[in-house]
Write a protein that binds this ligand. Structure first.
Ligand code: TNX
Length: 538
C-alpha cells in the first residue's frame, strides 16, 4: 500500500505506511486511519471538506443500486449531522452541481476491478467514482471512516463534520473476503444476523457464510422435509429453544446482505455434523432409528447413511430448495470432521453429492477435508482450509496440496489466526482455545500467501473469519469475539501485502474504538491497543 503523509510528502506517494504517533497527535496533518488500508492514499493539506446543511448527495447515474448506496450514506449521516442531505440526480458528470456535494458516479475505471473505487476530497466536495455500485459502496465505507466517529450516532451531534483532503485509489487483493456465523450451535435471529451484516460490511467483507445445520440444530425451513426445522431446529447447545429461519426470512437476509454487497453462502454440513437431521427423520439412519436431539458440544459422532438412496434424495431436495433461494453461486457442503464416516464412504458420499450440487446450478465449497475425495476443480470448487499454521513460514499441508493438485482454489481460515471463536487469552469470558489463544496481534500477523509450501497467490480465492457458536448465545457475545479481530482479517483480504505491519496497524485499529462505542458494538477493549479517547478503560 502506498500512503503519502501531509507536509513534506504532500503530492507524492511513498511506499509503505507512514503513520507516526506525532502525525496523529495533530489532526491537521494526521494521516487518516482507514481499515482496510487503501492501496494508495495521498493527503492533500488545506483541502478538507466540511459538510453543511446545504450539502447534497449527487448521483451520476440512473442505477437503482447506486441510488441505494446514496440512500445508505444519507441514512447514516442524516441523524447525526441533523442535515437534510438530499439525494439528487441523476446528474451527468462530476462538474454540474457537485459544489458542496458528495457525488457518487459510475465510471469506466477497469484498473479498479469489480469492487474498487476512487475517492477525492477537496474543499469543494467529495467525489466518489467506481466501475460498479459495489465499488461505490466500499468507497462510502472509507468515507465513513474519514468522518468523525460520532457520525455513527443515531442522535444529532455537534459538528464540525470535516473530511480531510485525500485522494484515494483502492481495490481488493482477494475476491472472497468472508465471515462465517454458526447459527446452528446457538441460533441467531434475523435481526441479529442483519446487525452482523451491518458491522462486517463496514470493513468491505463481501461474503457471509451461514453455517445452517449441525448436530445441535437445523436452521432453515425445507418444505419437502419440514421436520428438519420444526423438530431439528427446536434446540441448541445447552438445551435452549433454538429456532430456524423460514424461507421468507432467509430470503430477507439474502436481500439485506445484497444491499450491503455481501453474498450469502449457505452451509448444509455433511456427511457428519448431521445429528439434527438424523433425529428428525428416522429413515435417514442406517438402522432406521432416530437418535435423540443433541445439545452438547462434541463433534464427529454423526454420519448420514452413505449406502441409502434416500440419503441422496434428501440432499437433492434440500440443496434444490436452498439453491433456488440463494442467488450466490456457492453452496457449502461442509465435509469437516467426519470421524464416524470411513474414508471410502466419505469419498463415495462426495462422489454422489457433487453432481447434485452442480445439477442445481451451484458450485461447491467444502471444508479442507473434501480434498480427500474426488473433487473436481471445475467448475470452481473451493476448499476452506482451517489448519493450524504458522502463518508466516510456509508449511506443507497435505490437504491444501491435494486441493491445489485437483485445481481447487483455497479459502484460508487458519484456525489459530482467523477463528474468531478462539479466546483472546485465558481470561476471555467466552470462546474455546483448541487452536490456542488468538490475540489481536496473532489474528492480524499472517498472510494467505505464506501459509503453505507449493501454494501460490493464484491458488487462493481469499480469506474467511469463522465464528463457531458453542459458547456464544447472542449477537453481543459474537461482537465481543469479532471486534477488534475481524477488521484485521478483512484487511488481510483487501489490502496489499507489502507495507502491512502490526505496529502500524494497531494505531489505525485504535481509531475504531470510539466508532464502535458510538454504535454500541460490544468490542473487547484489548490492552494490546492504545484505544483513542475514553474507550481504553476495560
Ligand atoms: C471445529 S473447524 C469445527 C466446528 C467447531 C469448531 C469450534 C471445523 C471445520 N469444524 O465443528 O464448531 O471446531 O471451534
Amino acid at each position: 500500500m502506498r500512503i503519502a503523509a501531509a507536509g513534506v510528502l504532500a503530492g507524492s506517494l511513498v511506499t509503505g505506511l507512514a503513520v507516526t504517533p506525532s502525525a496523529q497527535a495533530d489532526p491537521a496533518t494526521a494521516v487518516p486511519r482507514i481499515i482496510p488500508a487503501p492501496v494508495s492514499m495521498t493527503t492533500v493539506p488545506g483541502q478538507s471538506f466540511t459538510l453543511t446543511r446545504h450539502t447534497k448527495i449527487v448521483v451520476g447515474s440512473r442505477s437503482a443500486d447506486v441510488a441505494r448506496v446514496a440512500a445508505s450514506l444519507a441514512g447514516l449521516a442524516r441523524p447525526s449531522t441533523g442535515y437534510p442531505l438530499p439525494v439528487v440526480g441523476p446528474v451527468v458528470g462530476h462538474v454540474v452541481g457537485d459544489h458542496d456535494a458528495i457525488s457518487l458516479r459510475l465510471a469506466a475505471l477497469p484498473q479498479l476491478g469489480t469492487e474498487g473505487y476512487e475517492l477525492n476530497v477537496s474543499r469543494g466536495g467529495v467525489r466518489l467514482a467506481a466501475p460498479t455500485a459495489a465499488g461505490l459502496f466500499h468507497g462510502v465505507q472509507t468515507l465513513r471512516q474519514l468522518l468523525p466517529a460520532k457520525v455513527e450516532s443515531r442522535r444529532t451531534q455537534q459538528g464540525p463534520w470535516t473530511v480531510p483532503g485525500v485522494s484515494i485509489s483502492d481495490h481488493p487483493r482477494f475476491a472472497w473476503r468472508g465471515a462465517m456465523l454458526d447459527v446452528s450451535r446457538h441460533f441467531f435471529t434475523v435481526e441479529e444476523t442483519k446487525r452482523y451484516i451491518d458491522e462486517i460490511s463496514m470493513y468491505k467483507i463481501n461474503v457471509l457464510h451461514l453455517h445452517l445445520s449441525d448436530d445441535q440444530g437445523w436452521r432453515i425451513a425445507i418444505k419437502s422435509w419440514p421436520r428438519l426445522a420444526t423438530y431439528g431446529g427446536s434446540t441448541e447447545v445447552g438445551g435452549g429453544p433454538g429456532g430456524y429461519y423460514t424461507q421468507k426470512q432467509y430470503t430477507d437476509i439474502v436481500r439485506y446482505a445484497a444491499q450491503h454487497f455481501i453474498t450469502i453462502v449457505p452451509e448444509i454440513d455433511s456427511p457428519s455434523h448431521t445429528n439434527a437431521a438424523l433425529a428428525s427423520y428416522a429413515d435417514l439412519n442406517c438402522d432406521g432409528k432416530a437418535p435423540p436431539l443433541y445439545t452438547g458440544t462434541n463433534v464427529g459422532f454423526s454420519s448420514v447413511c452413505v449406502d441409502k438412496d434416500l440419503t441422496y434424495k434428501f440432499f437433492d431436495d434440500v440443496i434444490g430448495e436452498l439453491a433456488r433461494l440463494t442467488p450466490g453461486s456457492y453452496i457449502h457442503v461442509g465435509g469437516d470432521e467426519a470421524h464416524s464416516t470411513p474414508l471410502a464412504d466419505y469419498v463415495t458420499f462426495l462422489d454422489r453429492l457433487q453432481p447434485i450440487v452442480h445439477a442445481h446450478g451451484k458450485n461447491i465449497i467444502g471444508w479442507n477435508e473434501i480434498a480427500q475425495a474426488d473433487v473436481q476443480g471445475s467448475p470452481a470448487t473451493l476448499a476452506q482450509n482451517w489448519s493450524i499454521l504458522d502463518g508466516n513460514t510456509p508449511a506443507a499441508d497435505p490437504l491444501a496440496t491435494a486441493a491445489v493438485q485437483k485445481g481447487v482454489q483455497l479459502i484460508t481460515s487458519p484456525a489459530n489466526h482467523a477463528y474468531l471463536d478462539m479466546q483472546y487469552d485465558a481470561n476471555s469470558p467466552y470462546g474455546l482455545h483448541w487452536a490456542g489463544y488468538v490475540s489481536v496481534q496473532k489474528s492480524y500477523q499472517w498472510d494467505p500467501a505464506t501459509l503453505f509450501t507449493g501454494v501460490t497467490e493464484q491458488n487462493i480465492r481469499g480469506v474467511e473469519a469463522p465464528i463457531w457458536s458453542e459458547t456464544l448465545t447472542n449477537i453481543h457475545e459474537v461482537e465481543y469475539m469479532a471486534f477488534p479481530r475481524l477488521p484485521g482479517i478483512a484487511e488481510i483480504g483487501w489490502s496489499p501485502r507489502t507495507g502491512r505491519s502490526w505496529d502500524e496497524y494497531r494505531t489505525r485499529l485504535a481509531a475504531q474504538g470510539p466508532r464502535w462505542t458510538v454504535m454500541g458494538v460490544n468490542f473487547y477493549r484489548s490492552p494490546e491497543i492504545s484505544w483513542d479517547g475514553q474507550s481504553a478503560t476495560r
